[in-house]
Design a protein around this ligand. Sequence first.
Ligand SMILES: NC(=O)c1ccc[n+]([C@@H]2O[C@H](COP(=O)([O-])OP(=O)(O)OC[C@H]3O[C@@H](n4cnc5c(N)ncnc54)[C@H](O)[C@@H]3O)[C@@H](O)[C@H]2O)c1
Length: 358
Amino acid sequence: MVITISTDKPYDVVVENGALDRTGTLLQPLFKAGSKAMIISETNVFPLYGERLTQSLQAAGYSVSSFVFEAGEPNKQLSTVMQMYEALSENGFTRSDFIVTLGGGVAGDMGGFAAATFLRGIDFVQVPTSLLAQVDASVGGKTGVDLPFGKNLVGAFHQPRLVVSDPDTLHTLPEYYFTDGMGEVIKYGCIMDAALFDKLEQGEIIDRMEAAIAHCVACKKVLVEEDTTDKGRRMILNFGHTFGHALEKLTNFSGLSHGRAVSIGMAMAAEVGESLGVTEMGTAARMRRVLESYGLPVQSDFDFGDVVEATALDKKSFGKTLNLILLKSIGDCVIHPIDRSYLVLRYKIAAEQNRRRK
Ligand SMILES: NC(=O)c1ccc[n+]([C@@H]2O[C@H](COP(=O)([O-])OP(=O)(O)OC[C@H]3O[C@@H](n4cnc5c(N)ncnc54)[C@H](O)[C@@H]3O)[C@@H](O)[C@H]2O)c1
């Protein structure tokens, strides 16, 4: 399946079992033979797929080098990008050469950021290997790194020239991270696709990953094309992320994976929405059931006030106001600006009312 993302420079997202080995061929219309390609990957994924990708690129006539960093979110930082710049410089990269990111969202975001900034921007190609990256992170051109005081605080919009998603690579993805990615799939159902949510509720997705990934990419396409720089409707993709990022920060980016943090964040957003009268009653319970059925958490031990406090550096927050993404019902959502202290108050009142009702 090929989905074309029609941004300023349109690009294809190829979702196909076995596509990894066709990467070089798929790139031939985009880059001249003889161009340099640097595979940017990490210590878990490169040993599994680096050799196959290298061979595919070499067979298509590219001169291939690689940069492999220590896997994991704690390494998604500027010092790692600095090492990438060094490797690109040492290998004599020019603006007609390109980067190929191979891995999950961490490799994609960081390799994409290096591409966005090296020589004021060189081309890059995404080869996502985690479910989260295949359904979300690899598409739409958001690249960047974390700072010690917040997630993804430094970055750039830089669209890839091609995305090659091979669902077969998910066979080696640890179940823990597969579950993380399912959180993002559920997110698409919640914010814009009630039919997808119904299928998830009925457990119909897992056996047809290729179609499910393409379906999610098609959802993301709509939002990226409408709002490429994330200033309007594309923000709905951040459903659950405001609280999720706050939870990641409270656990120092190591206690809770991104997907699990977002899962709890989505459940919180649904509860908040109900407490504010924005979200149809019963939605939070329905969501919690689906999230839990895919092994995702829906509760945290942190005090809600502390979570709201930790949203202070959220990119969707302006002073005391937080732009929350709330559901009206499954498949339909709104961007809801709200004062932080009012939010804490309303949530506490609703929690107390629920406690008394029980
Ligand atoms: N740019 C965007 O639009 C966007 C959207 C969502 C998330 N993100 C970012 O994505 C990151 C999370 O992505 P992630 O969950 O993919 O994290 P990740 O890149 O850390 O991958 C998760 C784990 O799975 C391993 N892995 C990946 N593919 C594998 C495979 N096929 N076989 C074996 N192991 C494999 C990795 O080594 C890592 O240990 C976060 O940094 C988040 O901010 C970006």
